[in-house]
Design a protein around this ligand. Sequence first.
Ligand SMILES: *Cc1c(COP(=O)(O)O)cnc(C)c1O
Length: 454
Amino acid sequence: MNNWAEKDLKYIWHPCSQMKDYETLSPIVIEKGEGIYLYDTDGKKYYDVISSWWCNLLGHCNPHISDAIKKQADTLEHVIFANFSHKQAIRLCERLMKILPKGLCKFNFTDNGSSAIEASMKVSFQYHQQTGYPKKTKFMALTEAYHGETIGALSVGDCDLYTKLYKPILMDIVRVQGPDCFRCPYGKNRDNCNCECFEHAEKTFEKHGDETTAILVEPLLQGSAGMKIYPPLYLKKLRQLCDKYNVNLIADEIATGFGRTGKMFAFDHAGVSPDIMCLSKGLTGGYMPMALFVTTQKIYDAFYDEYNTGKAFMHSHTYSGNPLACSAANAVLDLLEDGSILAQAQENAIYFNKIIKEKFLSHPNVGEIRHIGLINAIELVQDKQSKKPFDGSLRTGYQIYKKALMEGVILRPLGNVIYFNPPLIMKKSDMDYVTDIARKCLDSILPATNKCVK
Ligand SMILES: *Cc1c(COP(=O)(O)O)cnc(C)c1O
C-alpha cells in the first residue's frame, strides 16, 4: 500500500464498499486518465471497461469536453436557476429535444440520478393530484429494479443488497414481476417470445392501476440486476397499458441513454415515448454530476396556473442547471451529433460480442452471454444445464475482479455477472486485450475442465 492509499483510508469512506475489504485490496489512487485508460500514482495502467460506473461515455480527459468546461469556468461557474438562466442550459435543452423520443419537451434539472428519479416521482404524483385523480398515490416498479439510493429511489428499487435492511423506512411500492429472459418461465427466448411475462404487468394494473400514479422502468436493460436484458416489445405493451389506466410511464434512462444500447435512447428501440424520462451518467460524458427529467407539454400544463392556485412544482436543488455541467453536456452532443461515434460503436459492438462469445461460451460455468450495444454480460453459473447460480457468499465475481485488477483491467462484476460497459470510443485492439485478460482471470478462479460444452 503506498502513501496515498494509506492516507485515503485514514479519511475516506468509499461508496458501496465493505471498508474491511480494503485491508486486502487497498484503494487504487488514480493520477490521470486518457481515453479508456486510467493511470495510478505508481504509473500502472488500467483499462476502464466499466466507464467508471457507466458514466464515462467518450473516454477520460477528452480534449473537446475538457476545453468546454475550462472555457465555461472562466465565463460563468454557477447561477441560481430560479428566475435566472444561462445559454448553456438553453442550448442543451434545444438540442436534446431534437434527439429525444417524441413529445418530451420540458426539462427539470437535478444533480444526480437518484434525485432526478425522486423529482420525476413527485411530478407524476402532483400531476395526478392536479388533474382530478387524488387516489393515485402509489408507484409501481419491476422486480430487481434499480433506480438509485436515496430513500425514495431506493424504495422503487428491488435489489436486496441495497434495499433489504432499509425496508422499514421505505415507501410501499407495487411490485410487478418483471422479465427474466435467461431463466424464462415460459421456456421462450428474447428472439421468439411475445413477452408472455407481460401478463404479470396486466394483472398488477388490473388490481392497482387506479391507485397508481406511475410505473418506473429501466428500459431494456436492468443494469444493477446483473445487466439483465429484455425485448423492446415489453415497453410497447407497457405504453399501451399505461395509457389504458392513466398511469405515467417513467423511463429511467440514466444508464441506457446516449448510445449505450446502440441507439441514442433505449426507448428508441421500442418506437414509443415515455411520459417522463430521467437522464444522467452519459449526459455529461461522465465529467460533471448532473441529471434531469424531461416530460411532456401535457404534464407541464397541469402545473401552469396563477401562483395562488398552489400548482407550481416547488422542487429545487442548489446546483440545478449548473453551467459547467451543461457545458460538458453540450460538448458531448457536439461529439455525438453527426452520428459517426455511434455508428462506429455499433460496428465495434458486433466485433466485441463475437470475440466474447468465442472466448467465453465454451467455459463450463458460463450460463449466458447477453449483449446490447457495447454492453456485454457473462452470467456465471454452477451448472450450465440447470442454470444454478453460485452461492453469493463465495464472492466468485469479486475474486475475478481482484485478479483482473492485478492485470490492469477494471471489471467490477455484479454478483456473478462479469460485464463490459466501455466508453463508446473503445478500439477493437483494446477489446482483444481485455477479453483475453478477463478469460484468463475467469480460468484462474473457475478452471475450465475438459467437460467443455460447445
Ligand atoms: C446510476 C443509476 C441511478 C442513480 O444515479 P446516481 O447518480 O448514482 O444517483 C438510477 N438509475 C439507474 C438505472 C442507474 O444506473
